[in-house]
Design a binder for this molecule. Structure first.
Ligand SMILES: NC(=O)c1ccc[n+]([C@@H]2O[C@H](COP(=O)([O-])OP(=O)(O)OC[C@H]3O[C@@H](n4cnc5c(N)ncnc54)[C@H](OP(=O)(O)O)[C@@H]3O)[C@@H](O)[C@H]2O)c1
Length: 287
């Protein structure tokens, strides 16, 4: 069975529906080896961020892999420290990644003055330092406020927590109307919360002779949502990449839809700017 492995963004850039998430993938040699393994298993899309402190490991793994730059889709995200100077943020990320451009540059959260930061992202996009721009952890009202502030580029992506227990149905439908592709972070339910033991999902998985994780990822891919599973385990990295060889029926999709409980585990983005400074991760420099 052949199924679609990419989706078009609103600027005709094609993005792989499967990406490798690297939050809490270590930096240094260990991270480099894990990310290289993912590329060897066929992942062509890597999702990192300044705050993950592993951009150098991503860049080194890309170099090691021997895969041509244009065959890879690399995302990074602007952290709050650089919201006042997104250009500096992107240039430093590019240096750590060892790349001339990224494929996607996102505002990580709607931190203070995110509207101004987005207008700066538009300039970087027009100058070719990133092939697409977007946002993460944005609700509808955050996106609307970009337009009110004079944004002229419709974000290509909104990356939010999305899995069977938190399907973001309304946000997905709003984004579709706007021409924004939704990316699912924590697509398996998140670190420490995976949904792989849910009996309803396990029953579907056993029918297709795949794992519950594969069914969970396939569910989102089948509704046009990009998935970014993270794993540091070889066997799981491989397993999570095999989601294009089976197709869920409408009945399976209905069962999975019924699991939705609007159960978001991530921080509420409306309250992100109330968080005390000390609660944010400390940025470290990689060797
Ligand atoms: N924009 C944002 O604010 C934001 C926030 C969170 C995440 N993200 C992005 O989304 C990516 C993924 O999200 P996430 O890391 O929160 O969680 P996730 O991908 O939903 O889940 C990862 C967890 O599931 C385990 N796992 C992976 N494959 C499995 C399998 N086949 N069977 C059973 N368990 C499996 C992993 O364990 P092992 O590693 O031990 O295999 C890990 O503990 C991140 O890495 C990051 O790129 C973005």
């Amino acid at each position: 069975m052949e199924s679609k492995t990419t989706i078009e963004l609103n600027n005709n850039v094609s993005i792989p529906l499967l990406g490798f998430g690297v939050w809490r993938v270590p930096s240094g040699e260990e991270g480099r080896s894990i990310i290289r393994t993912a590329i060897e298993y066929g992942y062509r899309h890597i999702d990192t961020a300044r705050v993950y402190c592993n951009e150098k490991a991503v860049g080194r793994a890309i170099k090691d892999s021997g895969v041509k730059r244009e065959e890879l889709f690399v995302t990074t995200k602007l952290w709050r420290d650089d919201f006042s100077d997104p250009r500096r943020g992107l240039m430093q990320s590019l240096e750590r990644l060892g790349l001339d451009y990224v494929d996607l540059f996102l505002l990580h959260w709607p931190f203070t003055d995110y509207q101004k930061a987005y207008i700066e992202l538009e300039k970087l996009y027009k100058e070719g330092y990133t092939r697409a721009i977007g946002v993460s952890n944005f609700k509808e009202h955050h996106i609307e406020s970009l337009f009110k502030a004079g944004a002229t580029v419709v974000p290509q992506i909104n990356q939010v927590e999305c899995h069977p227990e938190n399907q973001e149905t309304e946000l997905l439908s709003y984004c579709r109307k706007q021409g924004i592709v939704l990316e699912a972070y924590s697509p398996l339910g998140g670190q420490g919360f995976t949904l792989v033991n849910d009996p309803r999902i396990m029953a579907i998985a056993s029918y297709y002779k795949v794992s519950a994780a594969q069914v969970i990822l396939r569910f989102n891919v089948q509704r046009g949502v990009v998935v970014l599973p993270k794993s540091c385990t070889k066997e799981r990295i491989k397993q999570n990449s095999d989601i294009f060889s089976f197709e869920l029926t409408n009945d399976d999709m209905s069962t999975l839809h019924s699991i939705n409980a609007n159960k978001r585990r991530a921080f509420d983005s409306d309250k992100i700017n109330d968080r005390p400074e000390s609660s944010f991760p400390v940025l470290t420099d990689e060797e």
